[in-house]
Design a protein around this ligand. Structure first.
Ligand SMILES: C[S@@+](CC[C@H](N)C(=O)[O-])C[C@H]1O[C@@H](n2cnc3c(N)ncnc32)[C@H](O)[C@@H]1O
Length: 202
């Protein structure tokens, strides 16, 4: 499905990084190793690489990762790409200074598995940056106020779920927000998300 969606000349979610990531990426140790899960076409990975991070972009879409590589080249930076399905791969063991999850929505059972892998994959003091749609987004898209996000409640995420899933994290930011979104054709309008900046205890 994502290969077809990304098979277009431009970037579905634009080439600018996600606003929330831009606002808080520097909580990740400078020049650290970062993995972006469900990176898509590269906008967030390339942004982080231009800021000096060593970035790995993981996605199950080969088309997305090809676009990521080309986009990185065009900006004169290197992004390592990893073609993998999160339902079948490991994420690492105390390997990353930062893990990024921007609109990588997974079914609840898989989400629980992947999130516990995220905790193990972060170094002590490592940062998790996530922005995901909440259930309220379903109403917003139905009413035509917003474009973007899954159409299935099971894929949506609340702040409460995040808090329960990461007991070992201290959250500098954990909030549900209503915000204007302008990310290419794919994410637009007044949208409902949960924003997370968590640090793994040392
Ligand atoms: C809504 S797009 C977001 C892309 C990117 N993070 C962004 O914000 O521009 C969701 C991405 O998650 C990826 N994805 C979904 N399920 C996945 C899985 N099980 N394993 C790996 N990637 C997955 C898709 O291929 C797609 O690139």
């Amino acid at each position: 499905m994502w290969n077809e969606k990304f098979d277009r000349p431009d970037h579905l979610y634009g080439v600018e990084p996600n606003d929330f990531l831009r606002s808080c990426y520097d909580a990740i140790s400078a020049k650290g190793r970062v993995i972006s899960l469900g990176e898509g076409e590269g906008r967030n990975a390339v942004f982080l690489a231009t800021r000096g991070y060593a970035v790995t972009a993981l996605d199950s879409s080969s088309v997305g990762l090809e676009k990521t590589k080309k986009f990185a080249e065009s900006r004169g930076v290197r992004v390592e790409t990893r073609l993998a399905d999160l339902s079948k791969c490991e994420v690492g063991d105390r390997e990353w200074d930062g893990v990024i999850v921007v609109f990588c929505h997974l079914p609840s059972a898989l989400r629980a598995e992947v999130w516990s892998k995220i905790s193990r994959s972060l170094k002590p003091g490592g940062a998790l940056v996530m922005e995901l749609y909440t259930p309220k987004q379903l109403e917003a898209t139905k009413a035509g106020r917003s474009v973007g996000g899954p159409k299935d409640l099971d894929l949506m995420v609340t702040a409460d779920e995040v808090k329960r899933a990461f007991p070992e994290m201290s959250f500098q930011i954990l909030r549900e927000v209503e915000r204007e979104m302008q990310e290419g054709d794919g994410h637009r309008g007044l949208s409902h998300t949960v924003q997370v900046l968590g640090m793994l205890g040392k």
